[in-house]
Structures are given as C-alpha cells and as structure tokens.
Design a protein around this ligand. Sequence first.
Ligand SMILES: C[S@@+](CC[C@H](N)C(=O)[O-])C[C@H]1O[C@@H](n2cnc3c(N)ncnc32)[C@H](O)[C@@H]1O
Length: 229
Amino acid sequence: MTLGTGALLLWGGALVGALLLAYFVLFSFVWGAGYAPSSRRVVEALLALAGIGPGEVVYDLGAGTGSVVFAAARAGARRVVGVEIEPLRVAILRCRRRFSPRPEAIEIRRANLFGVRLNDATVVVAFLWPGAMERLAAEWGSGLPPGLRIVSHFHPIPGWTARAVDPVHRLHLYVVPQSLPSAVEVDPESGPDQEDRHDHDGPGDPAGIDAPVVSVGGQRHDPVTSRGH
Ligand SMILES: C[S@@+](CC[C@H](N)C(=O)[O-])C[C@H]1O[C@@H](n2cnc3c(N)ncnc32)[C@H](O)[C@@H]1O
C-alpha cells in the first residue's frame, strides 16, 4: 500500500466516522431534538426532584441511549417506558435492556413521542428542544392524569408554571393539577386534598400534588398551574 492510498483510506474513514456521528446526533433534530444524553449528576438530581422510586411508572419521551430509563429502573420504578424514534438508539436501548438487572420492568418503544398515551404514567421526563416542548404543551392542554409529575430537562414547558426548579441542573418540575367538577361542593375535611395524595400507587408523593411551593436552588415558584388547563 502506497502512502497515497493509506492517506486516502485514513481520510475516507474519518469522513465516514464524521458522517455517522453527525447522523447519530442530528438525525432526530427534525423530530424534536438531537442526541445529547443527560449527565449522571443531572439524572440523579432528576430522580430526586421527581421522587422516582418503587411503584412509579416512568415515561422518558425521547429516551436517547437510556440515561434516565435505566437509572429509573435501578431506583426501583415499577415500570419504565423509553420512547425513542432513532433506530440506532433503539437498538442500543434494547441491548442495554437485555443486560439490565430488571429487564421485565423496562419497555423500549420505537415510536414518535407525540401522541403517546400517558394514562398509566406517574412521572414523565422530557429533554427536548423548545419547539417540541411547545408542541407537547399544546398536546397536553387536556387529558393528562391529575397528579402526574412532569420533569423537563433544560427547556421549560412554555406557558406552564413550574412547581419547582433546579437551576443548577436546569430541571423543571410540573404537577398536573387536580380538576374538580365545578358543580361539586368539597368538604374541606374529606375533600381532594386528602384523597388525591393516594392517586397513584407509588410510595407517596415527594413532589407533592398538594405540597407547599417548593424552592430549589434559591428560586421560589408558584403552585403548579397550567394556563392550558
Ligand atoms: C436530548 S436527547 C435526550 C435523551 C435522554 N432522554 C437523556 O436525557 O439522556 C433527545 C432524544 O429524543 C429523541 N427524539 C427526538 N424527537 C423524537 C420524537 N419525535 N419521538 C421520539 N424520540 C424523539 C432523540 O432521538 C434523542 O435521542
């Protein structure tokens, strides 16, 4: 092999590698976000902020290669659903699932995250670009289970007020409000404040559907309300 052929192979290899990397990171841009895995520190903060533990049903919308999915399963979540659209990442997720200690608790779904039904979810996680968060906000205007906790990493949900914000890790926690039929009178002793705390079969509700306003990292936020609701 001459020096010229060697250099050509080297450049060709580098070009193919760069193209593959660009594909891997950028392919899903058009769908809602490129690939940028959450760091271990962010994932730990996210699990704590959302109160993910035994009994929870967690959806990661745009699961990437599974930083959140496998950490949530390790934390004891009853069920974790990772929704991902990019085929290579789906293959990696399925491979990781196979070798994970609790594969039965994990579902990897190759699907578009828009329109995914979240009826059984207790926690939803999303780390997506602003346009996708906007689209989700519109989609979630009605029909989410009351008490559902949503954690968005990096970009907030436009038009919604966070229950808590962790500015260090750029996490925003939202809780879907309880909706009451307007005609029903509520007895303050036995009203939804008492009952709603048991809306899901998790270990309690650390995020606090009815908990006082949470302040994280020195920032204070109003109780959860979604202007879309
Ligand atoms: C910024 S990464 C976040 C990965 C992971 N959630 C984490 O925190 O490490 C966003 C992921 O969402 C995926 N994605 C983007 N748009 C999507 C869509 N419409 N449906 C499903 N997955 C999507 C991308 O392929 C990418 O893997």
